[in-house]
Design a binder for this molecule. Structure first.
Ligand code: NAD
Length: 356
């Protein structure tokens, strides 16, 4: 199979620091075109990465018949519409999270997938982390063998700190103004809560997405209890995911690293994965397996892909899946569940506040 001819939409922070360097480094990718509405920035990024074609916006790029697939990172309220247009123009698409800001917006994106027969993969890089893959494979194995007994509880603790970690990949900037982004929100959400909803969704859609994957929960998720501070961000949420009680602990701390781990308990042991700070390159999550019972034992298995970066593995996965037709692990349909869950959490929380 020949190289995948890729067009990239949006030359901002995530593009320059993460996705363009990653896609450009893959032997199976021909990074053919960039679209950037801020023209001067577009030219600078084109030069830096040696991208042959530059377009003024995603419509122009999507109309290029030489492009097989498109990757997008833009404002969270804009990128869903960009992805829709690219799907309808006949391209498979990779797009940064969140899948949508509201379920209604997400449904429109799914409709575009159905109409076009093309597919959208969402950037939830934690599912492509080599450590998390090892965790998931071990947990699936335990479920089958019964080795640590029935799964009794799962928790994700995610206190945000410094996620950029001094990443010194060079980046071009511009004085050109950002293009306006529409206000997209769930129609029931009072305007004054939009920013806190977005802050919470933007951050923790990753954590819920990871928990659902570990627990093979798909859309089988109910929000059981919500206890958040006035900021609508800090606190605890309890779920039932595929028959397992699961918790999400959220907050931030002035930590120079990133305080996040996920633990799944069985009757006779646990699995623990500790996340690397997001942009710390080539460091996968660390996994610990505790076997209780007769012989007490803690092991720390190392994934085969020892020095690897989840974002790069995600880019490789996208390219492979587009070329082979294998399903996307973070499909649009699957990740819409995360948006549904965040709407549900906020509905419950706002009722508690007397705001609904
Ligand atoms: N997965 C992660 O860990 C992670 C981390 C941070 C941000 N994100 C997500 O990444 C996305 C992008 O964030 P960012 O900080 O890179 O944004 P950014 O604003 O720095 O970059 C977006 C760029 O897109 C351009 N643009 C907008 N509309 C366009 C169009 N129609 N055609 C061409 N170019 C267009 C803008 O001019 C801008 O330069 C956000 O949705 C955010 O949720 C993900």
């Amino acid at each position: 199979m020949g190289k995948l001819r890729l067009g990239y939409v949006g030359g901002g922070f995530m593009a320059q620091k993460v996705h363009l360097p990653n896609f450009a480094s893959l032997p199976d990718v021909d990074l053919l075109a960039l679209a950037e509405v801020r023209e001067e920035l577009g030219r600078k990024v084109q030069d830096r990465f040696g991208i042959p074609r530059l377009y003024r916006d995603h419509h122009e790029l999507a109309a290029d018949p030489d492009i097989d697939a498109v990757a997008v990172s833009a404002h969270f309220a804009l990128q869903g519409d960009i992805a829709r247009d690219c799907l309808l123009a006949g391209k498979d698409v990779f797009m940064e999270k969140p899948m949508a800001v509201s379920v209604e917006q997400g449904e429109k994106v799914l409709q575009a997938e159905r109409e076009s027969g093309k597919r959208l993969m969402i950037g939830h890089m934690k599912r492509y982390d080599a450590g998390n893959e090892l965790f998931k494979a071990t947990l699936d194995g335990f479920r089958e063998s019964g080795e640590i007994g029935p799964i009794t509880f799962a928790r994700n603790h995610g206190f945000c700190g410094d996620w950029i970690c001094g990443l010194d990949t060079p980046m071009d900037s511009t004085e050109e103004p950002y293009p306006p982004a529409p206000t997209v929100k769930p129609d029931w959400l009072p305007k004054e809560y939009l920013n806190s909803y977005l802050g919470y969704l933007q951050q923790y859609c990753h954590n819920v997405n990871l928990l659902r994957w570990f627990l093979n929960a798909g859309d089988d998720v109910t929000v059981k209890a919500v206890d958040l501070d006035k900021d609508g961000y800090t606190g605890v949420v309890l779920f039932e995911m595929n028959g397992v009680r699961a918790s999400l602990e959220s907050g931030s701390i002035s930590h120079y690293r990133w305080d996040e781990h996920t633990q799944v308990y069985g009757k006779h042991g646990w699995l623990l994965t500790t996340a690397p700070p997001l942009l710390l390159k080539n460091v996968p999550a660390e996994v610990e397996v505790y076997r209780a019972g007769e012989t007490q034992q803690v092991t720390r298995p190392i994934p085969k892909d020892r020095w690897s970066w989840s974002y790069k593995r995600q880019a490789e996965y996208f390219v492979r899946a587009v070329q082979s037709g294998e399903p996307f692990r973070t499909s649009a349909e699957d990740t819409l569940t995360d948006v549904r869950i965040f709407e549900e959490i906020y509905r419950i929380w706002l009722k508690q506040q007397g705001a609904l």
